[in-house]
Structures are given as structure tokens and as C-alpha cells.
Design a protein around this ligand. Structure first.
Ligand code: PMP
Length: 422
């Protein structure tokens, strides 16, 4: 059974590509760039465990808030024979229309010509990097980052430049300095501006403006990956890239219903310059022909039922309660052994070990914690170069306050054991 963080660490083709004795020699050189995802692998690892585990690892919505009964009803009503044949690659016209209509009441109104429905946010990222990144191109990523995103850029041969984040998101001064030192400009800047995965921090408006300026100076595309923006539960709203620079061809926005409805639907969309639309369609045709049609109809039905706003309000309330509960449990059981970020929305807290605990490797801590019955994502899995061995990501969204308290207590016990190992 897989039980260690080592079994989570993606080691894709090491010992495979170029290894004649394994009979896989004809693999493309590209296969070496397929680094996999520690985050996604944690799902299988946890599924294989037989003991009780409090799961702070996956960034999944709370099972209790997924409107399963409405989905079932919609599936009965919204599905007809047209739901089970091939759909248009760009997406079901009804869903695109519903999306555009609902966007009219938000701060990011869009138009049908800008939208292509995707199979989740991951496909949006794949499309972005496929269109913009050649092997050897420089791609800026936040540090820490959502390594599924940076891994997608790697799959297209990117050289990654990690730029540190602080409480205001990516440090744009350091970005400028690091790019100067790199001696070449980036093709793409990958950012998660709101309640970032994994740190929970939000990119300040001032930095967003500067990022757009830098992108224009360098001719870089901003890959604006924002699955959590609609889940702000406190604090002041920050203008999005599309508001700061409307119709900007250098802004490629990746969106998904995974966090606001349900990740198993695998329905997302990209919002990009209309001149890219045909290219996006061509690229998607070489991937999956079209996004799952029945699920697009369910999402469309949900939006058309008028329930989305009330649903979002319910989520915001619930996730604020859960974040507060996790912070209280951390204060109670871990005190000043750790410091955490204070997200104003989204799913994640970033926890950094302090004082003498800072010497503990969170990769080792993960193994002990798993045995104690609690799971998280260790920091090095959230940095392409494996930084942050003294930090980890906790998802507060999936777990009730009562279970969260049990999990944090187990975590404190695991930290004691890791400390005792020396
Ligand atoms: N980007 C970020 C920042 C995410 O957190 C996620 C989901 N964890 C995705 C993209 C991918 O979303 P999806 O599940 O819709 O593919």
C-alpha cells in the first residue's frame, strides 16, 4: 500500500524514458516533462488507507454543499437525446448563453465570442500553455504555486521562474529583478490572483496593474487562473484583470465550475481574445472533441434555475465559518508553533512551522500525520523546485468544524512525534 510522501512524489519517466530494458524506448522526449501531480495523487493514496483520516489534502468543495439532489433532478429534466451525442467543441450554446447572461450581473461581464467551454480548469491551463509555450520558453510561476498548473507548462517544455509571494500575492519587484537576472523575458506569467492555491493570499490591485504593465512591456501572456474569485467571504473586493485592462489580448482567463458547483462535473471555461477562439477549438478538437455534454446541460440548468447566486452566498458563509474554525483549532492545538496566512476567500490556509519546529521536514511530518489520521499537502509539492520544506497547505473547505478540530489535534500530535525524532 502507498503510505509515504515518496510514493506521492511524481517520478514520471525516470528509469523509463531511454530505458531499453523496460521496452518503452520509443517514448517522446516530451514524456520527461510529464511530472504528474502530488496533489491529485493524494486522492489515490488516501483512498487506499483503511484507517480514519481527516482530509485537509485535496482542494475539494465540502461534500455537504454540493447540490446533489438538484443535480439529479436537473439530470432528469435537462437531459434529452441531444445530451448523449457529440456536442459542439466550443461548448453547448445554451451553457455559453447562460454563462454570458449571468456574467452581466458581475464585475466581469463577458461575451459569447470570448468563451470556450472546457473540461475543467485544467484543460483551460493546458490550452493556454499549449498555445503560448514552446520548449525552452520562460514561464513565470508564483512560489508557492498550484503545481498542476506549473506542471502543465513543464509538459510543453517551459523553463520555470519561481517568484516569491507575500501577503499581497506575487512580489512584482522581485519578478522584475528575477527576469532581469534571467536575461530573457517570459512568454507567460501564470498567476492565481484570488485566494491563491496554495497560500490563500490575494494579489493586490497595485500589483495587478503592474503585472499588466510588465506583461505589455515584455509581450507576455498573463494566464489568469481564478477558480476561487467568486468565493470571497470577507474583505474588500479587488478588481480583476479584465476590469483593469478590458479586452486585453495578453490576458487569458481560466475559469471552472469545480469549486463553485462540483469538481466531478469537469466543466470549466476560458475567457480569451476572440481571435484565439478558432485556435482554441482546433486545439480542443485534438484533445477531447467536446466537454461532457450531459454535465454541461446540468450546469446550464442550474444557472437557468436562478439558484447560482443563493448557492454562492451559502458557500461563502459556510467557508468563512470553516476557515475561522480551522484558525481557532490551530490556535488551540498548535499555538505559536506555526504561523498561517489569513485568506479572505477560497479554500486554503498556508501553514509555516516556526521556532524549533521549523527544523521538521513537512514531508516527514506528512508520513507521521498520515499514520495519526490526518492528511495535508507538504510545501515542497507546491513548488516546482521543491521549496518550503517547513510549510504545508491545509484545505479548510472540505471538513466540518468538529472534524477539523480532530484533525488539527492529530496534527499537533504528529508534530510532537516528528520533533521527538530530532
Ligand atoms: N487552478 C487552480 C488554482 C486550482 O486550484 C484548480 C483545482 N484544484 C484548478 C485550476 C483545476 O480546476 P479543475 O478541477 O476544474 O480542473
Amino acid at each position: 500500500m502507498l503510505t509515504t510522501i515518496d510514493s506521492l512524489r511524481p517520478r514520471p519517466t525516470e528509469g523509463i524514458a531511454g530505458s531499453a530494458d523496460q521496452g518503452l524506448q520509443p517514448l517522446a522526449a516530451r514524456a520527461d516533462g510529464l511530472v504528474g501531480s502530488v496533489i491529485d495523487s493524494s486522492t489515490s493514496l488516501l483512498a487506499a488507507q483503511t484507517h480514519d483520516i481527516v482530509r485537509f489534502a485535496m482542494g475539494a468543495p465540502a461534500p455537504e454543499v454540493i447540490p446533489v439532489d438538484i443535480f439529479k433532478q436537473l439530470a432528469t429534466e435537462a437531459h434529452d437525446e441531444g445530451s448523449f451525442t457529440y456536442g459542439a467543441t466550443e461548448g453547448e450554446p445554451g451553457l455559453i448563453e447562460a454563462l454570458v447572461d449571468v456574467s452581466a450581473d458581475t464585475d466581469e461581464p463577458t461575451r459569447a465570442e470570448r468563451v470556450v467551454i472546457t473540461s475543467g480548469g485544467m484543460q483551460g491551463l493546458d490550452l493556454a500553455f499549449k498555445l503560448y509555450v514552446d520548449p525552452g520558453d520562460l514561464v513565470v510561476v508564483e512560489s508557492p504555486t498550484y503545481t498542476n498548473g506549473s506542471g502543465t507548462a513543464l509538459a510543453y517544455g517551459a523553463d520555470l521562474l519561481e517568484v516569491p509571494c507575500d501577503d499581497d500575492g506575487m512580489d512584482v519587484d522581485q519578478l522584475e529583478r528575477l527576469v532581469r537576472e534571467a536575461g530573457r523575458t517570459p512568454k507567460a506569467i501564470y498567476t492565481i490572483p484570488n485566494f491563491q492555491n496554495p497560500s490563500g493570499v490575494t494579489l493586490s490591485e497595485e500589483r495587478r496593474v503592474r503585472l499588466v504593465e510588465l506583461a505589455h512591456r515584455w509581450g507576455s501572456v498573463i494566464v489568469d487562473d481564478d477558480p476561487y474569485g467568486l468565493l470571497r467571504f470577507e474583505g474588500e473586493r479587488v478588481r480583476g484583470f479584465a476590469e483593469i485592462s478590458p479586452d486585453d489580448p495578453l490576458i487569458f482567463s481560466v475559469r471552472t465550475f469545480s469549486k463553485i458547483l462540483a469538481p466531478g462535473l469537469r466543466v470549466g471555461w476560458v475567457d480569451a481574445d476572440p481571435r484565439l477562439r478558432q485556435l482554441l477549438i482546433n486545439a480542443k478538437q485534438a484533445m477531447d472533441t467536446c466537454t461532457n455534454v450531459p454535465n454541461q446541460h446540468v450546469v446550464e440548468g442550474f444557472i437557468r434555475s436562478g439558484g447560482l447566486q443563493a448557492h454562492l452566498e451559502g458557500l461563502r458563509k459556510e467557508y468563512l465559518t470553516r476557515k475561522d474554525a480551522m484558525q481557532e483549532s490551530i490556535a488551540r492545538h498548535l499555538g505559536d508553533r506555526v504561523r498561517t496566512t489569513d485568506p479572505q476567500g477560497g479554500f486554503f490556509l498556508w501553514v509555516t512551522l516556526q521556532g524549533e519546529d521549523a527544523a521538521v521536514s513537512t514531508q516527514r511530518l506528512f508520513e507521521i500525520a498520515l499514520a495519526e489520521g490526518v492528511a495535508f499537502i507538504p510545501g515542497p509539492a507546491l513548488s516546482p523546485s521543491g521549496r518550503f520544506d517547513d510549510a504545508f497547505r491545509l484545505c479548510f473547505a472540505s471538513t466540518t468544524p468538529e472534524r477539523t478540530d480532530v484533525g488539527i489535534e492529530r496534527l499537533a500530535r504528529a508534530l510532537d512525534r516528528a520533533r521527538a525524532e530530532g
